[in-house]
Design a protein around this ligand. Structure first.
Ligand SMILES: [Zn+2]
Length: 151
């Protein structure tokens, strides 16, 4: 699809390119997808990137980020999937501690919505993440708040 150079420049100015993902640096919606306003409408930035660099998106297709980073607009990480393929990906995903280590918290939240049967497992992982974060803070000299201080 052809876009005016002005829009392309504006789009590129909002991207923080790393050696892996191209992180969207402007407004994002709740799930972390970048939003880009074009032609008076706010569009998901990764969809715009797909249209810009790869081609049209048929009506029954979704643009999937192979890196599972919702904020990524790297065309190399974008591929088309049918909606049912997209859902199948979630259905075959196993929950692991690595997901937390890779910091795919948003992915976990998304997965939890799609597969309620994994809710407990995912919540346990998220709790783990929270407690690991707290540990880091302690290492930086934060005072440990004892439970009895709340009572
Ligand atoms: Zn990526």
């Amino acid at each position: 699809m052809k876009f005016p150079q002005k829009a392309i420049d504006r789009f590129n100015a909002k991207i923080n390119k790393t050696s892996n993902c191209h992180e969207w640096n402007a407004s994002k919606q709740k799930q972390g997808y970048g939003m880009f306003s074009y032609d008076g409408k706010s569009k998901p930035a990764h969809r715009f990137a797909y249209l810009l660099y790869k081609g049209d998106i048929a009506e029954n297709m979704v643009v999937h980020q192979t890196c599972e980073n919702n904020g990524c607009v790297n065309p190399e990480h974008l591929e088309l999937q049918t909606k049912s393929q997209n859902k199948k990906n979630y259905n075959s995903t196993h929950v692991s501690k690595e997901m937390v280590e890779k910091n795919s918290v948003k992915f976990l939240y998304r997965l939890r919505n799609v597969r309620p049967e994994l809710e407990k497992e995912i919540d346990a992982l998220l709790m783990l993440l929270v407690s690991e974060k707290t540990k880091d803070e302690d290492d930086f000299g934060f005072e440990e708040i004892k439970k009895e201080n709340y009572i």
